[in-house]
Every structure is written in C-alpha cells, then in structure tokens.
Design a protein around this ligand. Sequence first.
Ligand code: DGP
Length: 113
Amino acid sequence: MNDCIFCKIAARRIPSQNVYEDESAAAFKDLNPQAPVHILIVPKKHISGLDACRREDAALLGHLQLVAAKLAAENGIAGGYRLLTNNGRGAGQSVDHLHYHLLGGRPLAWPPG
Ligand code: DGP
C-alpha cells in the first residue's frame, strides 16, 4: 500500500534499522523502544491488523511468530520475552499494518498497561 509506513519500510523504500527479511516478512527496530530489545515483525503483504486476517493468512501468521522466536534467540532474550499485537485504537494500535512487537531485555510486568 502506497501510503503505509510499514509497507515502505518492508520494501526498503525508507530507512530503518532492519534486522530480518525473507520473502514474506520483515523485522526492524521500533522507533520508540519500550525495552532494551523492541523489534517489530511485519508481513510484507499489507494487512491492516489481526481483525483483517483471513483463513488464508494462517500460515503467514504462524511464520511471523516463528520469525519472532528466532529473533528472540538471536537477541539473547529467548528465556523471557513478550510477543504482542495491538488490534484497534482501543488497544493502542497506531499503525494500520499488522505488526508484532517483540519485547525483552528487562522484567516484563503483567498485566500490561
Ligand atoms: P502500535 O502502537 O502497536 O501500532 O505500534 C506502532 C509502533 O511502531 C510504535 O511502537 C512506534 C513504531 N513506529 C511508528 N512509526 C515508525 C517508523 O517509522 N519506524 C519504526 N522503526 N518504528 C515506527
């Protein structure tokens, strides 16, 4: 999608601290990190959020989670990390391109705010 910031980052049309890329996914450091490790994992395909996913996206969703686990291991947080997606304004979603936040490197309280 032309005016989507995460589509542009995933396509490397604007610079970012990219940490991973394959044919269907990309990952880059969050601009406003909330933990020592804060990586965003996105599909290259534009999907506005989890509510917009369909059955045919199931493999892609699983893939994104496996990429997150791999990045957690690579970043030394395999023993304690959080993977989450904010769906909708009520949950704080501010960018309408599906993304998982991978957070770790500090104690993570529960419940989140
Ligand atoms: P959310 O609130 O769940 O939609 O998370 C959006 C996140 O995206 C937020 O933590 C800040 C991050 N973000 C927003 N714009 C950019 C950007 O241009 N580059 C990067 N690297 N991160 C961004």
